[in-house]
Design a protein around this ligand. Structure first.
Ligand code: UDP
Ligand code: MN
Length: 271
């Protein structure tokens, strides 16, 4: 799957994977993650949600974290979750903090292989630049403040070194205050903190994909090189990766089919 002499399993302990979710999406979005890529990163992956859910606490082997954040899709609720994800990472000894949405598919071996090209002792903000960035806000004295941010819905990773620098401004819940002050979404707040307060540029990684992109244009020969995928139901079609496999009514997101393409030895995959 990845380079012959590279054993990603050894480096799995270095990464903390957080998935943002909400009580409204547990039943609709988590089962597909649990059936697929979660199986390759059970120990490393934590779900940040807004309720205690016995059923999924069992299904994730205790990896659901109730942030007690509001379950509204507003800046406050989302920044509150990101803040909880950030602080949870800080309290580990892991080298990499990777954030994903609950409509992401994470190609786990590829993520590990990708991170092995970077040193967590250096400052790294790795992700897919938003189509909206660079973003401009008006700061003190009507000064323009410009920064780039990685789309949260494509996933992004931060090195331990970078997160240590962020602690004074974003640690211990301060991420929420920054978000409130600038009034922006969680991924934009992250970009603002990293780009303007700790002065680290975003490194553009093309292999992270959100549903803001057309996913069907990713060629299947390239699937195994990609780090994340996503999906989104539109009015009369689904924006998904184009892959044959299970019937669309059974696998509308195409994640089951994609997973079998990447990891054909999985039990649920046709043989
Ligand atoms: N989300 C959340 N609270 C909400 C709505 C959404 O935490 O009230 C999370 C959701 O679980 C997902 C992310 O925010 O991880 C993005 O949500 P969604 O895909 O619905 O919206 P998008 O911004 O991608 O259109
Ligand atoms: Mn989404």
């Amino acid at each position: 799957l990845v380079g012959k002499d590279y054993n990603y399993l050894e480096e799995m302990d270095d990464v903390f994977i957080s998935v943002k979710t909400t009580r409204h999406y547990h039943k609709g979005r988590l089962p597909i993650i649990l059936a697929t890529w979660f199986q390759l990163a059970k120990e490393q992956t934590w779900f940040f949600t807004d309720i205690y859910d016995e059923e999924f606490q069992l299904k994730t082997h205790g990896h659901m974290i109730n942030t007690n954040c509001s379950s509204f899709h507003d800046h406050k609720g989302l920044c509150c979750k990101m803040s909880a994800e950030f602080d949870a990472f800080i309290n580990t000894n892991k080298k990499w903090f990777c954030h994903f949405d609950d409509d992401n598919y994470v190609n786990v071996p590829r993520l590990m292989h990708f991170l092995s090209n970077y040193s967590a002792r250096e400052d790294w903000y790795l992700g897919k630049p938003s189509v909206l960035s660079p973003w401009e806000i008006i700061g003190k004295d009507n000064q323009k403040v410009i920064f780039s941010f990685a789309t949260g819905g494509a996933g992004f990773c931060l090195s331990r070194a970078l997160t240590l620098k962020m602690i004074p401004v974003a640690g211990g819940g301060k991420f929420i205050s920054v978000g409130e002050k600038i009034g922006l979404a969680d991924d934009m707040t992250m970009g603002y903190i990293i780009g303007r307060l700790v002065m680290t540029p975003l490194t553009a990684v093309d292999q992270f994909h959100s549903h803001l992109e057309s996913l069907r244009i990713i060629r299947r020969e390239r699937f195994s090189d990609q780090i994340t995928f996503s999906y989104s139901p539109q009015d009369n079609y689904w924006n998904t990766v184009k892959i044959e496999g299970f019937h669309a009514t059974y696998d509308p997101s195409r994640f089951l089919s994609l997973h079998c393409f990447l990891f054909p030895y999985f039990k649920f995959c046709p043989r």
